[in-house]
Design a protein around this ligand. Structure first.
Ligand SMILES: [Zn+2]
Length: 195
């Protein structure tokens, strides 16, 4: 059942742990100017995950250079947040994947369970087909798969390469693969992720 994973708090908490580890690596590396990074994390209000996650889960890790005259912001990649979308990355991936070959009945179940409206689902579908497929990331990633992943069926076709699509392992693998799109450099902005 695809719903199960979206209610699996320990899955989402493991994503938080990965994000904290990633953030520590970024902090350790410092700013490109050589300055130290100070925490400048901010709160988000992600939708679509379990209700019982701690407030910590909503905090987006981010840093600000401590150097006077630089102050550059560094936002590390994330397994939780996919660009500026309000829905969690896991929700965007899994729900978009479930839309392939979907019946009206299942579409309704998805809308009711996750609270995503039809318009948002359409935007996600468009993003996978028209924006994601044009990214450098996808061009690099698709070359790794033989036979090729059917880009007209993304992200379902990608998820199934990592095992049973509704299992945490497959979803985690796809989220990991997408992390270059989630960092707060201009790459996430360049592909204009929809809200
Ligand atoms: Zn700096």
């Amino acid at each position: 059942m695809w719903q199960k994973i979206l209610q699996n708090s320990s899955f989402f908490l493991s994503l938080l742990q990965f994000d904290c580890d990633l953030a520590e690596q970024y902090r350790g590396a410092g700013c490109s100017c050589g300055g130290k990074l100070h925490s400048a994390r901010y709160e988000r209000q992600p939708r679509g995950g379990p209700d019982d996650l701690p407030i910590e889960f909503n905090m987006r890790e981010s840093f600000c250079c401590a150097e006077e005259g630089c102050r550059r912001r560094t936002t590390p990649p994330s397994l939780r947040f996919l660009g500026r979308r309000v829905y969690l990355g896991a929700v965007v991936v899994l729900v978009s994947a479930m839309l392939h070959g979907i019946t009206e009945k299942r579409a309704k179940a998805i809308r009711e369970f996750v609270g995503v409206n039809q318009q948002t689902l359409e935007r996600w579908r468009e993003w996978w087909q028209e924006n994601f497929t044009r990214t450098q990331l996808w061009k690099g990633v698709r070359a790794r798969f033989v036979p090729a992943v059917d880009s007209s069926k993304l992200p379902a076709s990608l998820l199934e390469r990592f095992g049973e699509p509704t299992k945490p392992e497959a979803l985690l693998a796809v989220l990991r693969l997408l992390t270059p799109l989630t960092a707060g450099s201009n790459c996430a902005m360049a592909i204009s992720p929809p809200a």
